[in-house]
Every structure is written in structure tokens, then in C-alpha cells.
Design a protein around this ligand. Sequence first.
Ligand SMILES: Cc1cc2nc3c(=O)[nH]c(=O)nc-3n(C[C@H](O)[C@H](O)[C@H](O)COP(=O)(O)OP(=O)(O)OC[C@H]3O[C@@H](n4cnc5c(N)ncnc54)[C@H](O)[C@@H]3O)c2cc1C
Length: 384
Amino acid sequence: MSAPFDCDVIVWGLGGMGSAAAWRAAAAGARVMGFEQYSPAHDRGSSHGETRIIRKAYFEHPDYVPLLEEAYRLWRELETGLSNPLFHPVGLFLAGPPESEAVQGTLAAGREYQLPLARLTASQARHRFPGFRFDDAFEVVWEQQAGYLEVERCVLAQLDRARSLGADLRFQTPLIGWQADEHGVRVETADGVVRARSLILTAGPWSGPLVPGLTVRRKPVFWFPAPTELRQSRGAGTFFFDLPEGQFYGFPSRDLSGTAAPTFKVAEHSGGEVVNDPAQLDRALQPADLAKMEAFLRKHIPGTRPIPTAHSVCLYTMTIDHHFIIDRHPDHPAVVVGAGFSGHGFKFAPVVGQALAELALREASSLPIGFLGWNRPARRAVAG
Ligand SMILES: Cc1cc2nc3c(=O)[nH]c(=O)nc-3n(C[C@H](O)[C@H](O)[C@H](O)COP(=O)(O)OP(=O)(O)OC[C@H]3O[C@@H](n4cnc5c(N)ncnc54)[C@H](O)[C@@H]3O)c2cc1C
């Protein structure tokens, strides 16, 4: 690939992670071009549906905690100057059998990083969270620093920041293919060819042909009528149940002004039908989508009528070990990959963007991302 380049970095896909990478690369002074096949903050990928949980005591692996500290700092930086917050620190309770992954992992991460957590028995939890039912054997962990992010507003804010720092962002412009050599990359877009020193691949559920070993899963999300106790204005926070029948999570009713009948959002984190082509996704509600959710609501949130007022369908892009991939492409050093966020990546978006930008612009990232490598042991059989 020969100079002159059109820019320093091309970002492929401007969803949750690509918008963050464009922002952080532009903040580092790079000339950035970003391409997105759909419109800003669209609803066909993985970064839509109003809200995302953010928490620090990370049951998936304690090594994520230092990244979360930096993510919290960057979300606050992104919020500066906005008239409404992006992050709502309403807290989170995790509930389940004491030996469950979420309870055990949250307590372990909390211990390792001395995070403030409160442990409650089932009867204490019933008193504190009156809209919910807890089995006698449950342990409940409360994290006050947790809460939720407004997902589409976060993506739009990252895009705005990138643009205000000089990034050239193009929407409704699919990227068609790329070639790389030791000097740089050549990317074919619907509008012509663009050359750069490096390419950041953040194609979300469309990463499959570019990154081996990913599985895309269909995830329906529901809104149900909110009992009074689930309203944010009454002190309700976010919640996560780790049960033998599955993992379920949800958000308080946001009491948006002018809403006659408040609703709350709830979904299953586990399971999900495999999707072969994200562009052909079935977004209609299927009877099977509701059956498990109804059973969960009847048992643990009995004050709601289990007939959804709305639904949305989103996509998880899973790796084999459910950990992210943030690394340089093993065969193409000019190409950096952020993929496989496995249904828990959004809270990290700005720090992922920072890591991707550093990998694209420097020799290495200063962030502790070694455990998220392309060729880590769990991925060796599939990584190619
Ligand atoms: C229902 C649901 C609930 C979730 N809940 C949480 C949560 O509570 N907390 C949390 O932290 N995370 C959560 N997640 C996970 C999180 O939202 C995702 O990990 C994150 O949004 C992934 O971002 P992404 O940039 O990888 O994908 P996307 O946001 O989908 O971005 C990829 C982009 O690439 C574009 N693209 C692809 N191919 C091309 C091409 N050829 N040319 C141009 N553009 C292209 C796509 O159009 C898309 O915009 C949830 C996910 C879902 C689906």
C-alpha cells in the first residue's frame, strides 16, 4: 500500500464500539474516517433499545475491573457539557443461589478490588426491594455504583465528539472489502476506495466473515407495565437474577414525563436462537420468546401483568469463552479488531474505543487488555 493516505485510521462500523474508537482516535489527534452501513444509532445491530446496565464488580472476570474504572471516567468526560446525563447511577442488585456465577463472581471481583458492595439475605432484600420476590435460599448483592446508560444517546454523543474533533463520518455507506500490507490498508466502500495507515474493524454482528469463531444470537427485549415499586422515582434500580433456569435482567421504569402508563424493560441474558445472517433477522415476537419470560415474571415480579406493551430484537455476538476480542489482526498488523462483545460490552465502549485507537496509532495499548487477545488459549482452536 503506498502513500499518500486519505487519513490515519479508518473505522469500519460506527455502532457502540466504532463510534467510541472514532472519538478516541480523533481525541488522540488522528485523522479519522468512519463508515457505517446504516444511520447513526440505528436499531439493526447491538446498540439500541434505550438502556444498558453498567456495573463495576464484574462477575464475568475481575480483570475487567480496571477497564471499567477507565470506562466510568470516560463516560463522565463524554457527559460533560450535555444538558442531560448519559449515565444514571441508580444501583443494581444481583440475586440468586449463593453458588451462582453472578453472586460468586461479583463478590470475588468486589474483594479483589475493594469495591463497595452490600450483601443481603432474602428477607432483607424483600424489605428493600418490595416489587420483587426472592427465594429463601437466595443471596442478594447490592452495588450502589452501578446503574444504566442511555444507549442510543451514548452512541450519538460519541459520534458528535468524534465529529467535533475533525472525524469524517459517513453513514448509509457500507464497506465492501479491505486489503492490507506492511505499509497500510486499502478499503473499498460503496463510494470508492480509501487508503489509511490502519483499519479498526468494529462490525458487531457482521464481524463473522472477518473474525473466525463468533456466533450471533437473537435477543428479544420486552417492556411490561411497571408496578409502582419498579419506578425509578420511587428509588428502584437495575436488577439481575442468576437462576438455574436462566439469567434475567432489567431496568427501573424511567418515569419519563408525559408517560401515562409507565413500563419497565426486562430480558433474558442467557440463551438465544443462533442467527446466520443479521440482515435477515426475524424481528417479530414469537410465542417461544415470551414463554420463559412470563414464567420469570410470575415468580419474581408478580406485580406486573405479563403482557408486553412493546418489544425489540437485538443481537449478541458471542465468542467461545464470552470474553471480548480487542487485538491486532494476527496476519495484518495494520488491522485492529474489536469484536465478540458477547452481550456485555456496551458499558466498556469508551475504554474499548481508547484501546482500539491506541493499537491503531501506536505499537501497543497502555490498557490491561492482554486477556482479550485474538489468540488466547480458549480461542486457539477457532481463531485461525
Ligand atoms: C439486548 C441486548 C442487551 C444488552 N445489554 C447490555 C448491558 O446491559 N450492558 C452492556 O454492557 N452490554 C449490553 N449488551 C451488549 C452491548 O450492547 C454490545 O456488546 C455492544 O453494543 C456491541 O457494540 P458493537 O459496536 O460491537 O456492535 P454494533 O453496535 O452493532 O455496531 C456494529 C456496526 O457495524 C456496522 N457495520 C457492519 N458491517 C458493516 C459494513 N460492511 N459497512 C459499514 N458498516 C458496517 C453495523 O451497521 C453496526 O452499526 C447488550 C446487547 C443486547 C443485544
